[in-house]
Design a protein around this ligand. Sequence first.
Ligand code: ASP
Length: 592
Amino acid sequence: MADNMKGLKRTHYCGEVEGIGSEVTVGGYVQKARDLGNLIFIDLRDRTGIVQLAFDDSTDRDIFEKASSCRSEFVLMAKGTVRERESKNADIKTGNIEIFVTDLRILAKAQTPPFEIVDNSNTNEELRLKYRYLDLRRRPLQQNIIMRSKIAKTARDYFYENGFIEIETPMMIKSTPEGARDYLVPSRVHPGSFYALPQSPQIYKQLLMIAGYDRYIQLARCFRDEDLRADRQPEFTQIDLEMSFVDTEDIMQMAEGFVRRLFKDVLDKDIPTPLPRMTYTEAMERYGSDKPDTRFGMEITDLTDTVKNCGFGVFTSAIENGGTVRCITAKNAAGTFTRKEIDKLTEYVKGIGVKGLAYIRWVDDAPGCSFGKFLGEGELEAILEKAGAEKGDVVFIIADKKNTALTSLGALRLKTAKQLDIIPEGMFNFLWITEFPFFEWNEETQHWDAMHHPFTMPMDECLQYLDTAPEKVFAKAYDLVLNGTELSSGSIRITDYELQQKMFESLGLTDEEIQAKFGFLVDAYKYGAAPHGGMGIGLDRLAMIMCGADSLRDVTAFPKVQNASELMSDCPAKVDDESLDILGIKVVKTEE
Ligand code: ASP
């Protein structure tokens, strides 16, 4: 039987013990126990750090015996006197002292854990996720989770101080228009009908503005059934906000104030504001991405004019067919990108939809060029000059449709920069992306889709093109990007219900579809709405970057893995037939 805590009350967290000569009581987990015969040392750990418990010849024999039975991860409570340590440890805060124990309780014994609870665990992640409650005992994860909590607190503090009201919106709703697939919840009461889990509280926060709440904030759980990546989880948290009587500038300033406050409070870093801005079009032209990582250069160069009359048919025919020829120049990269490596990169870009990758690899005096034999006199030199290439560099060239060439070079830029290890650490490069196209052509459905969501307000000067030239319509939408990660997206909303109706029509929605999907929202706008807009800031991504983590899993207490399952509880899981019967559901296809 385990001991109990009777008569003891914790006075200090382990990492905060101080005051030589004072009597303290601590509780924690055994990190390490060293039995040296007549001396025993136990490192006791809690979420604040470690303190050393000491037992020696003068320790009561029962307590000494008990101490010698302690193993890793046993849960103890110990009372004793703080004294100076003989061999000091400068690496930990309590490294100068130890507790000479006068009362010891073993509150719980522990089986040997499947992996050691140490900072740098090299145990594979799958096993750690299966025993997540043990993994979460590790200090780096605890620090991340604690930092995440500080971020949430600062968000609440800042927005509350600025007059925002926190309002919870429902989890079981009709469906949201964020463009991902919904997670569905079957209704027992209405067999065959389903709720959707919110992809975001978008519609509800707009309704709250219509209802006059003026400034809303929520740390909102959002659910999107998408393919997962390191920076995507099926459920995540947004610092979701909406404001009335505002235009773009007001919202951006409010967000900048938050960023400044957050980085000061949590990381003691000064972020200069206003944050830099770039239009969507410029970001695509220069970086091939609407979330460019501006911590390094390697910008895209337009070679179209330089090569339009050259001898290489791949280039000229791409241009004749309305395409473009663009390149990036990787500086001092010829050593890293051998022919073999370039072959791999070629496969990579083919995987994302381009036909091929041309290159110039300048190792020796004469640059090696994958298409050199087709070029006429002076043509290679002209390309090198335009690309800003010098000896030691590699130029990667893609000839394709404009969008394809830009986005694939954008992806290649990131991939090669990682391989070259040229992305500086410890930098926080914020960037607003503005003036997003309103519409996005969907090749599959041959339809214009809304790039943001259909409630986004077009820029005033673009309203005239709504019917005639959708590609010329830009939106009052803004994304906040940090180190190449999309941190937040937002927009001013359409508050004029006639215009909203028109936008739905431009998106090809019929009256019936509009009514079925958003009828209540369209109706609500008929009762008067102040101009409003807002944004959703990804709390998880923010935490990931602020903690210097590589994956959202490192800042999420109980994350899901790539295939959207949770390894600890083994969900999603099958349910019994009876539960399905009640819901009127029959599973017709299962993946065994
Ligand atoms: N609902 C949007 C999103 O989740 C954010 C916004 O427009 O406020 O991206």
